[in-house]
Design a protein around this ligand. Sequence first.
Ligand SMILES: Cc1cc2nc3c(=O)[nH]c(=O)nc-3n(C[C@H](O)[C@H](O)[C@H](O)COP(=O)(O)OP(=O)(O)OC[C@H]3O[C@@H](n4cnc5c(N)ncnc54)[C@H](O)[C@@H]3O)c2cc1C
Length: 407
Amino acid sequence: MSASQWRPGKRVAIVGGGPGSISAALAFIQRGFDVRIFERQPECTAIGGAVLLATPVLAILRSYGLDEKNFGSYTVTYFKNNSGKERVKLPFNPECERKMGIKGWHYGVLRSSIFKKMLELVPENVIHAGHESTSYTEHEEAVELFFKNGHREMADILIGADGIRSNVSRQAFGDPRLFHTGIRLWLAWCDHIPDIPPNYGFISHSWQYQASFFPMLHEGKPGFEWWVVEPSWEGKPVPEDPKAHLTEILKDWAQPLPRFLDATDFKSQVYRWEIYNRPSLKKWSSGRVVCLGDAVHPVSPYAAYGMGMAIEDGYFLARALDGVDLRDKRAVNAGFEIYEKERVDFVNHNVEFARRLGWMFHSVPRPLAWIRDAIFDYTPLLSNFLKTGYLKKSEEETLDLAELHVA
Ligand SMILES: Cc1cc2nc3c(=O)[nH]c(=O)nc-3n(C[C@H](O)[C@H](O)[C@H](O)COP(=O)(O)OP(=O)(O)OC[C@H]3O[C@@H](n4cnc5c(N)ncnc54)[C@H](O)[C@@H]3O)c2cc1C
């Protein structure tokens, strides 16, 4: 079947060409739908540096045909304080490992290289770059899309995968009321450093900063991703010399974090990212229009990874519409409802949990921060919080994805 076909009842138009969009496209094409992606840039490119992808995301990518060798290295994750004292060793659920056939839970990859591998799986003529969507009009039997370059397109359903400042989401659900979450992320990566132990990474906190690292894979070669989170606010000045700024933050930090400073090229391997969120939405669809990824749930980097959740959304959406004649609005809406039932509460929980963790680690004033740190250093509270707030639901999701299990 040619992916450029455009058969009524099968027509899926996607606005935006990021990871959520490409995942949705691959999942819909696998189910026999005709997909067209409209990306405003001259080509689909991945922003940002390294990323951690969790087991369910990797299993979804594997189901699209992505080679497991591209997953990177599995990692045993620790939470520590900035002096190196261990607070939590994140457990692996052996049942998840066995059923998915994927060791561990988090894999570090360079965002651009995994995105490139995803793009390679997209058939020709699916991606229409240089198409900036401006608006849409919904008709009873179809939805009509309008583009800045004058192009128009009639589709059965429209998927808004156009990121945090999504036009589609704004038209469907109104002003996103974006707000700064109070944190800034410095995301960096570097080549391999031989004497750092393999399969080992940690997330560590001082009273107001986070600094973390993970092993990763970049175009088949091992390396490290590392990052620093600092308190921030709308309009906070950006340091002129990021290396000096991060060196100051990391000066008393436990090894190996300070070592990454000199191993990193600050011109090409460091990204700064101000974290914005929106109040959680309870519905992600309206009529023949549905959204996914940052268009409905921009997320802070605490425990909830934007790219991974966008990839999951695309897969769940296509699964919920499997076999549906997209001209049939009732059947489409029933499919959207399944997608929302499976995703909205789960994702909103992760986004809100991530925001709470970010607030707890970066916005608490000093005397309270000391008490918090003593509790995290000497009691199992942080461990329980991570297990119940983050891992439990994600593991349940993993065990429910029976069609992706290998055992
Ligand atoms: C600078 C930066 C670095 C980041 N780094 C990381 C990271 O390392 N790890 C991580 O997990 N997350 C990272 N994120 C967050 C991550 O990018 C998102 O959570 C994730 O990409 C969401 O995927 P998405 O497909 O929903 O949206 P996006 O990746 O934002 O993709 C949206 C796409 O829609 C296109 N688009 C927008 N408007 C229109 C329009 N009107 N018409 C047509 N096309 C349009 C955009 O050009 C873009 O290609 C980063 C974000 C930023 C801004």
